[in-house]
Design a protein around this ligand. Structure first.
Ligand SMILES: Cc1ncc(COP(=O)(O)O)c(C=O)c1O
Length: 510
């Protein structure tokens, strides 16, 4: 055994492993414990992954909670094997497994192995990306990845950004920066109540939440109507901007979405950018979902226009097959990140910036921050960007096939053809009185399917009606899986209708 600076032939004194609490501290004396402990954990997970016949056990909170409540946290088990056995019961056995091809619900992707390696390394070394003196190379790796992503977006030479905990935080920070830029125009207290954000009616709710956290008026977010494909209408946006101006309201940002959560629709970015440029308004593009197109070998053009944004949200933990968390906020003009800067004497005094010490905390709303960038780094270094894009392309293709399948199936009604990988549809009872029960039948089918554990699908509302949703992010999901899930949904919904109409015959119209 040798380590840097230690000659191979020099005798190495190996201390006895520490006892008591110190046995669990990760250091030079406990590396064997680290190796065996992690290997055991990895083995448990591998066994679960290999043996998962269903994405979910279907367990209810009431069934799972007592086992957890019965654990006495004041009485540690003392060893890894015992803790892992217990974890099997309270977590691993009943967890929701996103790698399973019939997990079709939310924007959770199966993850790639190089990223899992990154996760293990980053948590063991435990760098904190706030300051150079807590991360060194980690800071430079994050910076390279921000530059790489900004270049893929096409934001230009002054771009910058920072990794965040997720799309909600990225959107929040973008809007914080936009608010600060808007407030520079006058008195903050006078401007704040007049600030408005324009976002598509299909945009993500984190925009509304951000507006609240930013101290804006309750009606600060104005939703802009979408077309039949659920994309923001540029003409309506232009009209709204005009109306705000006439009414003395100050639009601090327009939020376009490149990949809406429900419909996978991409707002017409070139036209929206044109409207925003004409009005001199900050354009934020929420590409939390659609960012996978940045590496798509065949569909990058769907993001055309994104290069004109002032800020962009990307969620690598949605369409780059990265484990949670992995997200970033990018900005066209690095100077705007100063709104997130505060110099604390103990951490990042101004003199450090003058000496060009790269402290990422100067750009972030977090202080201590995970080195999430390492997962993407290893992914790119092992697989390469094209390989990630090919995986994403596959799920987009599969969603198109699923749409065709549903369109040809008289049992279902399907909404719009997604530009990404969602499919929104519902079971449609035959015309007649049973149709009145469509909402309840779809709600029932979704819950019954999840309770069976055979598959997990999502739900949403479209024009006030309950619909079901597939979010396809797993290239292993086949069209056959989708067909089987549709049969199961139809069975559950049909069973619900039969039970309902037998118990209480539906009133015949007329
Ligand atoms: C379009 C969009 N933006 C933002 C978010 C929020 O991302 P996160 O869950 O990473 O905070 C989501 C999540 O689904 C999303 O779909």
């Amino acid at each position: 055994m040798s380590y840097p600076g230690h000659p191979v032939d020099a005798p190495l004194t190996v201390d006895a492993p520490p006892a008591g609490a110190r046995a669990h501290l990760f250091n030079d004396r406990t590396v064997d414990h680290y190796r065996t402990s992690l290997a055991r954990g990895v083995d448990r997970v591998a066994t679960r992954i290999a043996g998962a016949e269903r994405p979910f056990s279907g367990i209810s909170p009431d069934e799972l909670a007592p086992g957890l409540a019965g654990i006495d946290l004041e009485r540690p088990l003392g060893d890894i094997a015992g803790a892992l056995d217990e974890l099997e019961d309270v977590y691993l056995r009943d967890a929701v497994y996103f790698h399973h091809p019939r997990y079709l619900a939310h924007l959770n992707c199966p993850v790639v192995i190089p990223a899992l390696l990154g996760e293990a390394v980053l948590s063991a070394v435990n760098s904190s990306l706030d300051t150079w003196d807590q991360s060194a190379g980690g800071t430079l790796i994050e910076r390279r990845l921000i530059d790489w992503t900004a270049e893929r977006v096409g934001l230009g030479p002054d771009a910058d950004g920072v990794f965040t905990s997720g799309g909600s935080q990225s959107n929040f920070q973008a809007l914080l920066l936009a608010r600060e830029e808007a407030c520079a125009a006058g008195s903050r207290s006078e401007l704040l109540p007049r600030l408005r954000i324009l976002a598509s009616e299909a945009g993500h709710f984190s925009v509304q939440k951000s507006a609240k956290m930013l101290g804006l008026a309750p009606d600060a977010v104005i939703t802009v109507a979408t077309d039949q494909d659920r994309r923001m209408r540029p003409a309506v946006l232009a009209r709204e901007l005009d109306r705000c101006r006439r009414e003395g309201l100050l639009v601090m940002a327009v939020v376009a979405t490149a990949g809406t959560t429900d419909f996978g629709s991409i707002d017409p970015l070139p036209q929206l950018a044109e409207v925003c440029a004409a009005a001199g308004v900050w354009l934020h593009v929420d590409a939390a979902y659609g960012c996978g197109l940045l590496v798509s070998p065949t569909r990058r053009h769907l993001l055309d226009g994104i290069e004109r944004a002032d800020s962009v949200t990307v969620d690598f933990h949605k369409s780059f097959f990265q484990p949670v968390s992995s997200s970033a906020l990018l900005v066209r003009d690095r100077a705007v990140l100063r709104h997130a800067t505060y110099h604390a004497d103990y951490l990042n005094p101004a003199r450090m910036a003058e000496r060009r010490i790269p402290n990422q905390v100067d750009k972030s709303i977090q202080t201590t921050r995970r080195f999430d960038a390492l997962k993407l780094w290893l992914t790119l270094r092992v697989m390469g960007a094209d390989a990630v894009g090919e995986l994403f392309d596959e799920v987009v293709d599969r969603a198109a096939d699923a749409y065709d399948l549903l369109s040809a199936d008289p049992r279902f009604e399907v909404v719009t053809r997604s530009q990404l990988s969602t499919v929104v549809f519902r079971y449609l009872p035959p015309a007649g009185p049973e149709r009145e029960l469509a909402d309840d039948a779809n709600l029932f089918a979704r819950e019954a399917l999840a309770a069976s554990g055979a598959a997990v699908v999502a739900g949403t509302k479209v024009d006030g009606r309950h619909f079901l949703k597939f979010t396809l992010l797993n290239p292993e999901t086949t069209l056959d899986d989708i067909a089987q899930v549709l049969d199961l949904l139809a069975e559950h919904a049909g069973g619900y209708l039969r039970a309902k109409t037998a118990a209480e015959p539906v009133r015949r119209a007329g």
